[in-house]
Design a protein around this ligand. Structure first.
Ligand SMILES: [Zn+2]
Length: 307
């Protein structure tokens, strides 16, 4: 029998009834700590084939209710997430926590509207969605079609600094971070299991995408490493990783970007040439390096050239 790929598991082997032993959508979810179920996203760009299932999303189950951890990268991806929750528990989905405005994390929100959840986000999320949401929606729609892409849905509750939510004998501490991966990053610490849900403040395996501040991200990473957590859930990469050791590769990448961009600026290397020389030692260490690294250098250059 053909081995089942991780891709087929993530996508629930959709559209192929011919495959025997089709893995269920729920089987893509791994219980990384008691009551925390995460689906590891594919290291791909969003396409019609993968339904935008490229970020790590999941859910946390308490004694009384459930929180969705991000909503998925499309309406279809969000529907799969909701289906996985319903297979696991009958408890109500009281919260949908949106970790930041990037499309692979938010476009499944509409799948949860019937549950009437609180949709929680960073205080900067509404602005970010207003700025970029329509652009993201049009781009996703051109790949997936209108019925599968989803719509931009604003949060109903904002986090300025910190917010505790209780799922029933399970407290999640949500933290709104200063500018780092983006200007609207939200993380959560599950007090019950000592699990840091870092979303895109932590990339593992897939090359990081810098859309906020390089110095800010390094600063927030140092803060996160000091938290009393023994495991973390990255926004991209495996569903669960050891903490804080899993931050090492990201920290190395960001430090190389910082040091070598500063050197390029000091030597008078123009921005369009910097992308060819900065951080080349990181090539081969990350998936999708050529898709994002150049943009990261450009972003870093713009941030550092006036310091
Ligand atoms: Zn992101």
């Amino acid at each position: 029998m053909k081995p089942i790929s991780r891709r087929a598991v993530v996508l629930g082997a959709l559209g192929c009834a011919c495959v025997r032993a089709v893995p269920s959508i729920a089987s893509a979810y791994e219980e990384v700590a008691e009551g925390i179920f995460i689906r590891s996203g594919l290291d791909e760009e969003a396409t019609s084939d993968n339904d935008g299932a490229i970020a790590n999303v999941g859910f946390i189950v308490g004694n009384e209710s459930v929180a969705a951890w991000d909503a998925g990268g499309s309406l279809t991806d969000g529907e799969h997430l909701r289906e996985a929750i319903r297979k696991q528990t009958k408890l109500p989905v009281r919260y949908v926590i949106l970790t930041h405005a990037h499309p692979d994390h938010v476009f499944g929100t509409a799948a949860f509207l019937a549950d009437k959840p609180e949709i929680i986000g960073h205080a900067g999320l509404p602005n970010a969605l207003a700025r970029r949401g329509e652009y993201y929606r049009a781009r996703l729609e051109s790949k997936l079609g209108k019925s599968r892409a989803g719509t931009v849905i604003a949060p109903t509750r904002l986090v300025e600094k910190q917010l505790d939510i209780n799922l029933g004998n399970r407290r999640l501490t949500l933290t709104a971070h200063p500018i780092a991966h983006t200007d609207n990053d939200l993380s959560a610490l599950d007090q019950h299991t000592g699990t840091l849900l870092a979303s895109d403040l932590l990339f593992v395996r897939r090359v990081p995408a810098l859309d906020g501040s390089l110095r800010g991200w390094l600063r927030e990473l140092r803060q996160l490493k000091a938290l009393p957590a023994k495991r973390a859930v990255p926004g991209h990469g495996p569903a669960g990783v050891d903490w804080p050791t899993a931050a090492d590769s990201l920290e190395r990448y960001l430090n190389v970007l910082l040091t070598e961009t500063r050197t390029a600026i000091a030597k008078g290397v123009p921005i369009e040439r910097a992308v060819d020389v900065v951080g080349q030692s990181e090539r081969g260490r990350w998936a999708l390096f050529d898709d994002y690294h150049g943009r990261n250098v450009t972003q870093a250059f713009k941030e550092l050239e006036w310091e």
